[in-house]
Design a protein around this ligand. Structure first.
Ligand SMILES: Cc1cc2nc3c(=O)[nH]c(=O)nc-3n(C[C@H](O)[C@H](O)[C@H](O)COP(=O)(O)OP(=O)(O)OC[C@H]3O[C@@H](n4cnc5c(N)ncnc54)[C@H](O)[C@@H]3O)c2cc1C
Length: 283
């Protein structure tokens, strides 16, 4: 089914409950249905809905990103890729360019993988999820959206309509980096998104750091973020923030890395992404 409006989707969801599954780019859901990891009687293609496939930026409200906008729109857009560096970094490494031409940031968020590459960037950028359901719309901070591996706050009769990301002034910069053993077709062993706003005197006015693949959900590193406020954007201060971020990581050990190795990587990537974010803010 391919409805033309959000209200039609809500009606279908209300009718079919958890037997209905949404399809944006389909790069997760089609694989999961084929492999029997998820089941559906009805698959709802949301790509015919204008509100969900479009995006708008304005200096007052920032970026409203339709839930099914494909990744490449973000890193190919000259203004958005500069303003939202972390999101451009993330969308540029999700799969190869064939995947990026279909896969959406909304789908990446709803799939709620702990290792999803766009979620730490969205959290660092202080994004909100705009959700529609039978009672109308509600918003949830992206840092509270994922509730476990493959699980999120959406009720069976709700869908993600858009992601709202605050406007970025010239003094802001952000970056995302992940560590993977191979350059392509692998998922993050650790991923870190960082955002910085500098004051007129060059010190850090605000900062947000988020970690992926080191817990059951992507994490907002609150203490590490707050520790930078009022400080100079130096290597030492970024390394100290990295040490604080390590404290909230509770990674698993598997064939791709031990928990100790992953925790070490958190420190490395926090320092690197903060350095890039600060350089982007300064430039
Ligand atoms: C070869 C390959 C490589 C990949 N590499 C990466 C990678 O490097 N990094 C990474 O993070 N991911 C990767 N992925 C996973 C996937 O591409 C991403 O998670 C992608 O962003 C999903 O977006 P989509 O639009 O295709 O989502 P879909 O598959 O359409 O949907 C994903 C999930 O979200 C639900 N959903 C979608 N839209 C909505 C909505 N608006 N409201 C409610 N629920 C919704 C669907 O029902 C489904 O459960 C890869 C996948 C493949 C096949």
């Amino acid at each position: 089914m391919a409805p033309n409006s959000v209200s039609e989707v809500v009606s279908l969801l209300s009718e079919h409950g958890d037997r209905a599954k949404m399809l944006a780019g389909g790069t997760d859901i089609i694989v999961q249905l084929r492999e029997g990891l998820r089941e559906a009687d009805v698959v709802i293609d949301i790509k015919k809905i204008e509100d969900i496939t479009s995006f708008h930026y304005c200096e007052e409200n920032g970026l409203s990103l339709g839930a099914a906008v494909a990744c490449y729109h973000l890193y190919e857009h000259p203004q958005l890729s500069q303003l939202y560096g972390a999101l451009a970094d993330s969308t540029h490494i999700i799969g190869g360019w064939q995947i990026q031409s279909r896969a959406s940031v909304g789908g990446n968020l709803c799939n709620a993988s702990p290792a999803a590459d766009s979620i730490p960037s969205l959290i660092a950028l202080n994004a909100e999820a705009v959700i529609a359901g039978p009672e109308g719309q509600r918003t949830v901070a992206v840092q509270d959206f994922c509730t476990g591996p493959g699980r999120n706050v959406l009720e069976n009769n709700e869908l993600l309509v858009a992601i709202q990301i605050p406007a970025q002034g010239g003094e802001c910069g952000s970056a995302y980096e992940r560590f993977i053993p191979r350059n392509e077709m692998d998922i993050a062993v650790v991923g870190v998104g960082s955002w910085i706003r500098l004051s007129d005197d060059g010190t850090i006015a605000e900062s947000r750091i988020s970690l992926g693949a080191v817990a059951a959900t992507p994490l907002f590193a609150e203490e590490a973020s707050a520790s930078l406020v009022g400080k100079e954007p130096t290597e030492e201060n970024f390394a100290a923030a990295g040490e604080l971020a390590k404290k909230i990581a509770t990674p698993i050990s598997d064939m791709r890395g031990t928990d100790e190795y992953r925790t070490h990587l958190v420190g490395v990537l926090v320092k690197r992404t903060l350095t890039t974010a600060a350089l982007r803010a300064q430039n």
